[in-house]
Ligand binder design. Structure first.
Ligand SMILES: *[C@@H]1O[C@H](CO)[C@@H](O)[C@H](O)[C@H]1NC(C)=O
Ligand SMILES: *[C@@H]1O[C@H](CO)[C@@H](O)[C@H](O)[C@H]1NC(C)=O
Ligand SMILES: *[C@@H]1O[C@H](CO)[C@@H](O)[C@H](O)[C@H]1NC(C)=O
Length: 334
């Protein structure tokens, strides 16, 4: 008898908890975020009927289980002491248009490859003083780096792959740009659009070591490599790296509230853990007294603030400052 009353109480408690946890895409959840704080605005980025399996699948970061395989770069105190309060790499390198671009991973956990190839593309332009433009193929990296794929990727392996195997060129889906354009279509994860509905997940497309028909360079000859790949750690080192050499890729922990980000400086407010995600950082600043990182997401330009977002800086919030990855391109081509 005593046991069954305990059981009953447990069931009632469980039901109450279930009732209190709001659906992460519901209007109630979005209102709750906006009622709890005023540094960032939540709104609708995804239709209510979007599959949560699909959303979780976008967070494709696999945490490196082994010890770090990349060297850590340390910038001088003199450089760090003289950094400005605000910095936007789009203003420092206006002749590098890729800094303005936002990619779309489609129904594939390729955020790790998107962030990496965005940074590589920016850096070929930056290191060549705006004279060389080479759009690195997220498809080539997603499919051919044998350890990673649409189920997710380890950033160390992605960056080492650039140095060891090289990556060919390739634009967005259907773009006929470069050797291997992206093969997974953008899908309608957003409101009021006319793209096809998102699949729950995609198989990793096969690694094809051949450029598309009509592209006049041989696959092997199209590969571009890194001279060095490395990491920077912590707020000051990431700032120094951005200022001196350009964008970096980093990862952070995503909670339910982040998917509804629209503007302002994000900090985790409410909701459950959704996954680990990789993105590009391209600047920093201070808005209404809040220090932020300026970041590019890869969920199309109709997500968030035209595809970009700002997130809290200086507190290793959601683990964003633990480790950023980047490298120096080999401009000789091969
Ligand atoms: C870019 O400009 C810097 C500074 O003027 C120069 O040292 C460097 O050699 C240039 N790099 C290329 C690839 O032109
Ligand atoms: C891709 O291109 C084909 C042929 O031009 C077109 O039929 C199709 O609608 C395009 N798909 C997307 C998602 O743009
Ligand atoms: C969904 O999956 C099918 C079958 O694999 C594929 O043909 C289609 O392009 C996918 N659609 C999207 C939007 O990813």
């Amino acid at each position: 008898m005593a046991l069954s009353i305990t059981m009953l109480l447990l069931i009632v408690a469980a039901l109450a908890t279930a009732k209190n946890s709001l659906h992460p895409l519901s209007d109630e959840f979005i209102s709750l975020i906006n009622s709890k704080q005023s540094t960032w605005k939540a709104g609708r980025n995804f239709p209510l009927d979007t599959s949560l399996t699909y959303i979780k699948g976008l967070m494709g970061l696999l945490k490196s289980s082994s010890v770090s395989k990349l060297p850590v770069q340390i910038h001088e105190d003199g450089l760090i002491a003289n950094l400005p309060e605000n910095f936007d790499s789009r203003e420092k390198w206006p002749s590098c248009p890729s800094l303005n671009e936002i990619r779309d991973q489609g129904s594939c956990g390729s955020c790790w490859a998107m962030g990496a190839t965005e940074v590589m593309t920016d850096r070929v332009c930056i290191y060549s003083n705006g004279t060389k433009h080479f759009e690195f193929s997220a498809q080539d990296l997603t499919s051919c780096d044998g350890r990673n794929g649409c189920d997710g990727g380890d950033l160390d392996y992605a960056w080492l792959y650039w140095k060891q195997a090289g990556i060919v060129s390739g634009g967005p889906y259907n773009s006929s740009q470069g050797c291997r354009p992206y093969e997974i279509p953008p899908c309608e994860h957003h409101v009021d659009g006319n793209r096809p509905k998102c699949n729950e997940s995609s198989e990793t497309p096969k690694c094809v070591r051949k450029c598309r028909a009509g592209y006049n360079v041989e696959y092997k000859r199209d590969k571009h490599y890194a001279k060095i790949v490395y990491k920077v750690r912590g707020e000051d080192q990431i700032k120094a790296e951005l200022y001196k050499n350009g964008p970096v890729e980093t990862s952070f922990v995503v909670y339910d509230d982040f998917v509804n980000y629209k503007s302002g400086v994000y900090s985790h407010t409410t909701g459950e853990w959704l996954g680990d995600h990789a993105i590009k950082i391209l600047g920093w600043g201070v808005e209404n007294g809040k220090k932020y990182w300026l970041c590019a997401n890869s969920w199309n330009s109709d997500w968030g603030d035209k595809g970009f977002f700002k997130t809290l800086r200086g507190e290793n919030h959601c683990d964003i400052e633990s480790e950023a990855l980047t490298g120096e391109p080999d401009l000789s081509g091969h």
